[in-house]
Design a binder for this molecule. Sequence first.
Ligand code: HEC
Ligand code: HEC
Ligand code: HEC
Length: 656
Amino acid sequence: MKRSLLIVTLLCLAALAALTWAGRDWSLFHIRDVTGRSDLGWVSCYNCHLVRLEKMPWAKPRPHHDAPAGLVVSPDGTRLYVALDDRDELAVVETGSRKITQRIKVSGNPTCLVLDPKGERLFVTCRGEDRLAVVDTKALKEVGSIEVGLLPAGLAYCETTAGPRLVVANSGSDDLSVLSVSPLAEMARPVAGREPYAVATVRGGELAVVSCRLASVKNLEAVAATEVTVVNPALGRVVARETLDSAHLSEGVAFVPSRSWVLTPLVKVRNLVPITQVAKGWVMSSGFAVSDLRGTLVQMPLDEANDYFADPSAIVSDPVGQRAYIASGGSDTVSVVDLDRLSAWLRKADAHDRREAIYDLTLSPEYVLARIPTARNPRQLALSPDGKTLFIAEHLADSVLAVDTSTLQPLGRVPLGDGGLNDPIRRGERVFTQAAHTFQREFSCRSCHPDAHVDGLAYDFDGDGIGDNLLDNRSLQGVAGTGPFKWNGKNPSLQIQCGPRFARVLMRTDPIPPKDLDDLVAFIEAQPPARTVCKSRLGKALTETQERGRQTFFATQRPDGTPIPRERQCHTCHRPPLFSNRLPSDIASNGPYDSTNFFDTPHLLGVASTAPYLHDGRAKTLEELWTVYQTNDMHGVSSYMNKHQLNELIEYLKTL
Ligand code: HEC
Ligand code: HEC
Ligand code: HEC
């Protein structure tokens, strides 16, 4: 009995072994066959099979919060409107009692708010649905809606000789929608800089100024530079483009009528110097630009030598032009700038002083009057029309803080929600946006990854000299499940990527505590891929051009019938649905300072919005991947393509 059991067991083991050997053989053969690479060893079947986007952490339902995104006060000062983008709601607050009197539904992530001069119509950009909604403030009902460009952010109301106009910053399509108000119609769609974000009215509406959040790709090898786009709303035309040198993340803009100044907060970034300089305060600092719209432009620091005020996102100035307030979302502070003192400094400064001002961190006490502490992540600001009350949207605390501008003391808070501290994703967002983890609170994760996306810059992380081994930033939107991470594909998990590495290379201070790190990873994994297609086109069939591009992407032979080798077909490496097989590949893209020619095969979800491209960011556009940097058909076979075929391929890539 015992003996036969032993035999059966042995037989089973042998069978299993045989099966496994055969299995291993088959697997290896299969993997080498489908990749066309004989150098590959064992690769998990899950790299290429059973990947389903609906199963990704970001596709799961998640809790929503009462985060205030946009604010505006009624002309009579009695009402404050608050856009709750994550809730698809607007809250109406009575300013006297600071109580919410009503909440109304506005779908599509209501983000930014403006009122008409009488306060009868409220205009709302809805980022998630690419539209502008009109709300009647008496009935508190949505009474109109119009499609605008991709991911609308800021907007402004302009009284013009041709009638009232709205200027909407379409952050996803890098253009502006200029709308007439009645009838609600789009008049023009001028091109802005990269990610136009905030809009301010100049002289009632004669002009509008738009701050663009990211540096334009065109002059990347030199220094980063964002654009302030000046438009004439009556004509719907751009009349000037001002450049903010070595700046990025310009997310706010204000016009000071009494001085004719345009103020734009900015992050001064020195991405081309080795990141080891963080301890010398040379990587990022916060400031703001002062422009007179006649060509004079001065950048002033907001930071102090030993304390930084990271991620300055919003700016407002009071009606008399005496003060400006700047919210620093990364350091939970609103800085109060005395414009009289600033003006006095500017008057006595010569050209050299003005040029060097931004580098002199001893300067800010000359004009920064006070720093108002806030709850987590002040993101937007609004002043009452009399300038006596400042409202601060504490985005990740679900509250609005009211401050008395004469004493600079808090008057009280409008609680909107519970802060969401039971939600790891929300806690993770707090870690992500907080500068507390870097040396002298210089920057947060968000400073380089706004909206957990890219800032469009390449950084020198190695400290081995200027310009060597630049690393193009990578989006965290849709990054879950695409590991290993980094361009060299050496980090197996997000925990390792965001934990020790960040502490060692970037922060120059203590690592993020383990619990915070878990929350941080939960937040990153909850970010869906970037949307690069208008909401109204999502889920629709591809256009003919895009369809032809899709066929090129999946082609296994050239148009003349000659086969394309397995390892040169786009979809072998960029395997759907993530458009990555999660393996390092050699496409002959190594630069002079690279120690390897194998780079992580990037996923292509949302790729249209992540320029520049390749590990060192050398390709400014998708086209350049095959025109300027084409690698003798190592990066897919493209030599047979004519201009139209390449354009079609790119049109397809833009739909991913
Ligand atoms: C590097 C990517 C990759 C990996 C890793 C991989 N496969 Fe595949 N597999 C493919 C491709 C490509 C096909 C062709 C059909 C398709 O496109 O789905 C395929 C097809 C198959 C098929 C269908 C039969 C055939 O040969 O067409 C089976 C079964 C299969 N794979 C099993 C596995 C198993 C089991 C593993 C793990 C040992 C594995 N695969 C690992 C890419 C991969
Ligand atoms: C100074 C700018 C900067 C800051 C600050 C920054 N990152 Fe990054 N991040 C980058 C760059 C550049 C890369 C690409 C580096 C590489 O591949 O080696 C990157 C890559 C990543 C990746 C890998 C993505 C992928 O697809 O492989 C993750 C995850 C990430 N960052 C998370 C974070 C988190 C979390 C923080 C804050 C703790 C943070 N980053 C702060 C610039 C930055
Ligand atoms: C042998 C595998 C392989 C093939 C085949 C391949 N790619 Fe790639 N692709 C890569 C790798 C690896 C990179 C990153 C290289 C680098 O950063 O230096 C990349 C980068 C890209 C990028 C830039 C992504 C970014 O975020 O910078 C795009 C877009 C892209 N590929 C599309 C395509 C298309 C379209 C084809 C077919 C014409 C193709 N690839 C063929 C491996 C491949």
